[in-house]
Design a protein around this ligand. Structure first.
Ligand code: WTA
Length: 658
């Protein structure tokens, strides 16, 4: 069916091909009318709404007594109290019992001709065997296990084995450096690390076990490392500590009972950048997170039983957690585990995978779409007839990229859902519901169930009502999948999310609401930048640079980039007013790669003789941003600078090039 468009207005959602009908359609109402009705119920009567959804979507070994307790003011929210369930049982066992031969994981290896398929029956067996291995290594209920792995099925098996035995997983993106890995392992007191000898991506191999070895020099608590043999390469080995995955799993039987967990027991930690200080271990709890994952999978993506879901995110980030692993598996459909890169061996890779596996849902960050759009439409091959929903995540999608996604990738037959959410929200919070919500290019549209957005005045904290308004985005009500705390730093959790505006959850993002009530997400209000959909704090990059003995001061700001969305640029002063050499510059970039990871390296480094500072010594990053944007004539008031002449010298340095 050809989609209808509505002049320049929103694209109606009932225009797309559908195997049956959207979940939300029924009772004589359109899907969108049902959304509005249910959203109102979810706000007015959250306990009733979430209580019935939680019972409908998940299998509880013991029903809960209370749906919700606590308040945003106090930061003591808990959900589904008294309830018991196991995340792995919900993702694997119940489907393995009902439909054992149904495909659970479709592994697409970096090399297009390689890969394998696991049914729910296979998945249960492999998860159980690994669960035994973890227990044998001394992992107990409540312990945290570090996972530093490429996108292979074993990584998903690792998450599921942890939660099966009641352990908490902490996945660390395998692009992080050994220093970052070390800090995360130590913060959560992990005793066991799961990794691979090497990873493969885009035709290149990376020696990730070597990075683990370096990190573990300073992780005295780690007693065991399980190494998945991804390639034939030999690696350094510490007998007694290191074990080959393939050798040990086969010693164990195919079934072990899942641990009974309380709804509020921790499910996982995921470290993410904040605007200050060290990365935070965001903690998600079992019941609430799973309800959010399953509910958004069902209603935002409108996942049906026979669907094949392809999320291009890495399990090192929240998108991979919720939409490669938990949402599709909770709903019992097939999920693609893609190890490679969209450009390897050529820019048709995504479209080839979509056709090969009859993918119905595809979900990526705009950064990949920008790259593919630039490579040319001739690479967008195949018919993609089965594709129903195209998701976007992690950063704003520019209207022209949205249109390309819609017209060239989806051929006008698939609905675009631009999903706004965060590591801390656990699952989508503002997003169109496929098959229900009309869409506008670039708008995240309407709140998900249970989300009551508010646009606040940043200065006064007052709520700004009405249409065509702009401010900071906050939520007035708690929802089940919100993070419960920052590991070992609850005060920081309160300071970051719940204290800035009393009674609200503060997102840290700017947003506007248009005349039709659509929400449009602006950029971050803090010092977090978004490079290729990866969230990095400029303060962290500055701290890494200052660790180098030559650097006196550092200021990192973001610039716009055609492909990566944003990129970081560093301004530095060197100690003893040393002159910069190409070697020093290379060393400084390497310093960031070593301290955080290659993806955080600044795009450009300018060495200057001073930074623009107020008399009290605060660096005015705004001035640097304006200079980089070529808007020297809009610097605003620079009279508060302790040395206003520094501006001229920085402009000259930028014009001279890095
Ligand atoms: C940004 C990623 C615009 C936002 C799921 C948020 C978005 C941060 C969108 C969280 C979107 C995420 N449109 N911006 N659809 N989705 N963001 O924790 O700034 O890695 O606060 O979670 O990404 O990044 P995180």
């Amino acid at each position: 069916m050809a989609p209808r468009t509505n002049g320049s207005g929103p694209v109606p959602a009932d225009a797309f091909a559908h195997p049956s009908k959207p979940h939300l359609e029924g009772d004589g109402l359109s899907a969108f009318e049902n959304y509005k009705r249910l959203h109102e119920q979810s706000i007015k009567n959250p306990s009733e709404f979430w209580g019935s959804l939680a019972r409908d979507l998940l299998t509880w070994s013991k029903d809960f007594d209370i749906v919700r307790r606590g308040s945003l003011e106090r930061g003591d929210l808990s959900w589904f109290l008294g309830g018991e369930l196991n995340a792995c049982y919900n993702c694997v066992d119940r489907h393995a019992f009902a439909t054992p031969d149904k495909v659970a994981l479709i592994y697409e290896a970096d090399e297009p001709e390689h890969g394998r398929v696991l049914t729910y029956d296979d998945l249960l067996r492999e998860v159980c065997q690994l669960s035994y291995v973890l227990k044998d290594m001394g992992v107990k209920k409540g312990d945290t296990v570090a996972i530093y792995m490429p996108m292979v099925p074993e990584a998903i098996i690792a998450l599921l084995a942890c939660v099966r035995i009641g352990a908490v997983h902490s996945v660390i993106f395998a692009g992080f450096s050994s220093d970052s890995l070390r800090d995360r392992i130590n913060d959560a007191k992990c005793k066991v690390v799961l990794t691979a000898n090497e990873s493969k991506r885009g035709g290149k191999t990376h020696a990730i076990k070597h990075i683990v070895d370096k990190a573990l020099v300073e992780c005295p608590a780690v007693t065991s490392v399980l190494v998945f043999k991804r390639t034939e390469s030999e690696v350094q080995w510490i007998p007694g500590r290191d074990h080959w995955w393939q050798d040990v799993v086969k010693k164990w039987p195919a079934y072990i009972a899942p641990e009974r967990m309380n709804a509020e027991d921790p499910l996982f930690l995921l470290y993410t950048s904040g605007s200050t200080g060290k990365p935070k271990g965001v903690l998600h709890s079992t019941g609430g997170y799973l309800v959010g994952a399953a509910a958004t999978g069902k209603y935002v993506f409108d996942i049906h039983d026979t669907d094949s879901f392809f999320c291009g995110g890495d399990i090192g980030w929240i998108t991979g957690h919720t939409y490669v692993v938990y949402a599709p598996l909770l709903l019992g459909v097939s999920t693609i585990v893609f190890e490679g890169s969209p450009m390897y061996p050529n820019p048709s890779r995504y479209w080839d995978i979509i056709d090969k596996h009859n993918v119905t849902h595809f979900y990526v960050a705009p950064t990949a779409l920008r790259l593919l759009k630039k490579s040319g439409d001739q690479h967008v091959t195949g018919d993609r007839a089965h594709l129903r929903v195209l998701g976007s995540v992690g950063e704003p999608i520019a209207p022209e990229v949205w249109k390309w996604y819609f017209e060239v990738v989806g051929k006008g037959q698939a609905q675009i859902v631009d999903t706004y959410w965060q590591t801390e929200t656990g699952s989508h919070v503002i997003a169109p519901l496929a098959g229900a919500t009309p869409t506008k290019p670039g708008a995240a549209s309407f709140p998900f169930f249970g989300i009551e957005p508010a646009i606040l005045d940043a200065a006064t904290g007052e709520e700004i009502d009405g249409a065509n308004v702009e401010g900071v985005l906050a939520f007035k009500q708690a929802w089940p999948s919100m993070a419960r705390t920052v590991w070992g730093a609850h005060d920081r959790y309160m300071d970051t999310y719940l204290r800035p505006f009393k009674g609200y959850y503060y997102t840290g993002d700017g947003a506007s609401r248009d005349k039709d009530g659509f929400y449009w997400i602006g950029g971050r209000m803090d010092d977090i930048i978004n490079v290729s959909g990866h969230r990095i704090s400029t303060a962290e990059i500055e701290a890494a640079l200052i660790e180098d003995f030559t650097v006196a001061e550092a200021a990192v700001v973001a610039v716009q980039d055609e492909i990566t969305g944003q990129a970081s640029v560093a301004f530095l002063t060197l100690k003893d007013h040393r002159a910069v050499t190409p070697e020093i510059r290379d060393e400084l970039i390497l310093q960031v790669r070593r301290t955080i990871g290659p993806f955080a390296a600044p795009r450009r480094i300018y060495v200057v003789d001073d930074l623009p500072k107020t008399r009290s010594g605060k660096i005015m990053r705004r001035v640097l941003r304006k200079i980089l944007a070529g808007e020297e004539d809009q610097l605003g008031d620079t009279s508060t600078l302790s040395d206003p002449t520094v501006v001229e010298r920085i402009i000259a340095a930028v014009q001279a090039g890095p």
